[in-house]
Design a protein around this ligand. Structure first.
Ligand code: NDP
Length: 489
């Protein structure tokens, strides 16, 4: 049977664009791609990239303070938020242009509209036309969610934060994961009074306990209020300010749950309502905030895609079930990236896209390697991590574990009379000497873990770390100079 295309990709984010480009340019496949929003997807348009720009912007007041301690006669004036925002928007436009041009140069035909699955070899576009393809790749990503809570639509989500007309004075961030902690630090740096309500006992669940503890301590020392054991229970317009917030929809407490759930999944309108919102947590903590920001996780974009009708199985959380080669139960349909709910990181989606092309278009079946993925949380200080946490290493029950760790005030801080400490930590298998995990809390820990990650991924032993000469004076030199374990477990 003749198809319109060899490959039809749905979703123009990092994973989809990479797969489409490589399939077209390296294998000569006839490829099309549909994107309903902006090219570049979450990472480029409403995630990693603008977030990192905000990290940079937010770091200047502390840098100025430090500069003063070094003797510089400098002061920080107010941030011109609209100016920064305009520049950021321009940079994102430029990057979106790069993504479009990558596709067109590779000969990928693009459709700027929503696409759904009509059958295992047919895609239906929003304009009603259909296209057939030998293979369909779903790379539709995910979106932020709000908790199922009356008035949840009064809060913003991460997609909205880049479009605020003005910064709030006082914000409540709900959640304690990557996004909550990164934006708590960003907004704090930008001069916003930040409070976190996190339902768990400590922020950054899943990371090494010592590392998350230090990040939390430093965040608190910089003025961020973190309430743990604080599940959000209620929120409502603060008394006397209803008119500022209610914009047509019934936002009263206890409004119809279905409507709330629908609203809860939508991104707030541009410049989402800023007005006093009262919020209360399960543990009794309550307060009035200019804005509530839900950083309570993300959900795969699989709704109304025609997936189940075509026979594609979804997991309970709505993510697409795939095998090690990113193939769904329908042989012609594959899925990569956040929509599969495996590891929600851009470089992982890109790798999944490359392995898909290798498997399907280069005749070399290659599973995706999800082991030992380094990552960084761009808090201030950053947390860089790869491999097992101390707890995971102990729980794997495969022999004793040695912990090498040191926490200190780095030279730059000490000179400026700063109090921030950094942490360098290695989790080592006592018998084989393999470094099972590396955890760094420090300025630029993201850069450090990228490099330390190579050694850990190669299976380096503690002795091989130690055989590497220190680079002095640096913070990371501690990774190769820790002679004695602080404990064995
Ligand atoms: P996370 O899963 O990291 O964090 C979600 C947070 O919300 C958790 O603290 C969770 O608590 C809490 N939560 C979930 N549901 C509720 C609820 N109903 N009420 C209250 N709290 C709730 O998700 P994020 O949205 O922060 O980020 C999504 C993913 O995106 C990350 O997992 C990561 O893979 C990726 N990402 C990566 C970044 C990076 O590489 N630097 C940056 C940003 C995102 P609990 O811990 O108890 O479950």
């Amino acid at each position: 049977m003749a198809f319109d295309y060899d490959l039809f990709v749905i979703g123009g984010g990092s994973g989809g664009v990479r797969a489409a480009r490589v399939a077209a340019s390296e294998t000569g496949a006839k490829v099309a791609l549909a994107e309903e929003s902006r090219y570049g997807g979450t990472c480029v348009i409403r995630g990693c990239v603008p977030k990192k720009m905000m990290v940079f912007a937010s770091s200047y007041p502390a840098a100025m303070e430090e500069a003063q301690a070094y003797g510089w006669d400098v002061t920080t004036g107010p941030l011109d938020w609209p100016k920064f925002q305009q520049k950021m928007a321009g940079e994102l436009d430029r990057l979106e242009g790069v993504y479009r041009s990558i596709l067109s140069k590779a000969g990928v035909e693009t459709f700027d509209q929503r696409a759904t699955i009509a059958d295992p070899h047919t895609v239906k576009l929003a304009d009603g036309t259909t296209k057939t393809a030998k293979h369909i790749l779903i790379a539709t990503g995910g979106r932020p969610t709000r908790p199922d809570l009356p008035n949840a639509h009064l809060g913003i989500v991460s997609d909205d934060i880049f479009h605020l007309e003005t910064l709030p004075k006082k914000i409540l961030i709900v959640g304690g994961g990557y996004i909550a902690c990164e934006f708590a630090c960003i907004l704090n740096g930008l001069g916003v009074d930040v409070t976190i309500f996190h339902r768990g006992a400590q922020i950054l669940r899943g990371f090494d306990d010592e590392a998350r503890g230090l990040v939390a301590d430093v965040m608190r020392s910089k003025g961020i209020t973190i309430h743990t054991g604080a599940s959000i229970l209620e929120m409502a317009p603060a008394e006397g300010h209803e008119a500022n917030i209610l914009t047509g929809s019934d936002a009263s407490m206890g409004a119809d749950a279905e409507m709330q759930a629908d609203l809860a999944d939508e991104t707030s309108p541009k410049g989402a309502a800023i007005g006093p919102i009262w919020a209360k947590a399960m543990n009794g903590q309550e307060g009035v905030f200019d804005m509530v920001f839900f950083a309570t996780g993300r959900r795969p974009n699989t709704d109304d895609m025609g997936l189940e009708e075509a026979g594609v199985a979804l997991k309970r959380n709505g993510a697409i079930s795939v095998d090690d080669y990113s193939q769904t139960g329908v042989p012609s349909i594959y899925a990569i990236g956040d929509v599969t709910g495996r590891v929600e990181l851009t470089p992982v989606a890109i790798r999944e896209g490359m392995k898909f092309v290798e498997t399907v278009f280069k005749g070399n079946p290659t599973p995706v390697d999800h082991e030992l993925i380094p990552s960084a949380v761009f808090t201030q200080p950053e947390l860089g991590t790869i491999g097992m946490t101390e707890q995971e290493a102990i729980e794997r029950d495969a022999g004793p574990v040695e912990i090498y760790a040191t926490s200190f005030r780095p030279m730059k801080q000490a000179f400026a009379d700063g109090t921030d400490r950094v942490l360098m930590k290695l989790v080592v298998d006592k018998e084989s000497r393999t470094v099972l995990g590396c955890h760094i809390v420090a300025p630029d820990a993201g850069e450090m873990i990228q490099l330390a990650g190579i050694a850990v991924k190669m299976g380096a032993t503690k002795e091989q770390f130690d055989a590497t000469c220190a680079v002095h004076p640096t913070m990371a030199e501690e990774l190769v100079t820790m002679r004695h374990p602080v404990r064995t477990a």
